[in-house]
Design a protein around this ligand. Structure first.
Ligand SMILES: [Fe+2]
Ligand SMILES: [Fe+2]
Length: 169
């Protein structure tokens, strides 16, 4: 694997680790704010990002390229509202998507078919991740932003968290 490809994949470990810790902080804020559904949703989302990080760690090690485990940034501990929090989550995902697309480009330039194939899963995953948060944001326009509406959205998030916790394919 080329040094450039290796660096990009190691940077991706940091992005996934930061996403995991950022969603953990979001989950914790939701929990103390009383948004139980959103809390379980974001705790699960944090776990999911950790599995993404592990995928990259294992891939680098399998390729004999040695993964580097990074320090994570201190995530934001509080949010103005549930909607702001989800907007931040969508922005995070858009950053991750751009980094993955950049890696696909590098894998093509460096003629690295293994990494190109490895990245395909991440490309598809990002489409789903962005759609998930965009759909959630639409709920605020559709249902509303008053207390009752937020409670409905929190219930929706609880249902989503349960659905996603079901044995994955
Ligand atoms: Fe991820
Ligand atoms: Fe994600």
């Amino acid at each position: 694997m080329s040094p450039k490809m290796k660096k990009a994949l190691n940077d991706q470990i940091a992005l996934e680790a930061n996403a995991s810790s950022s969603y953990l902080a979001m989950a914790s804020w939701c929990e103390v704010t009383g948004y139980e559904g959103a809390a379980s949703y974001f705790y699960a989302q944090s776990d999911e990002e950790r599995t993404h990080m592990l995928k990259v760690v294992h891939y680098l090690n399998d390729m004999g390229a040695n993964a580097t485990i990074p320090a994570t940034k201190v995530p934001s501990a509080s949010y103005k509202s549930l909607e702001t929090l989800i907007k931040t989550a969508l922005k995070n995902e858009q950053t991750v998507t751009a980094a993955i697309h950049k890696m696909v480009e590098i894998s093509q330039k460096e003629k690295d078919p293994s990494t190109y194939a490895f990245l395909e899963w991440f490309v598809n995953e990002q489409v789903q991740e962005e759609t998930k948060f965009e759909t959630l944001l639409q709920k605020f326009d559709l249902i509303g932003r008053d207390k009752l509406a937020i409670n409905e959205i929190d219930k929706y998030l609880a249902a989503q968290a349960t659905a996603e916790a079901e044995p994955a394919a």
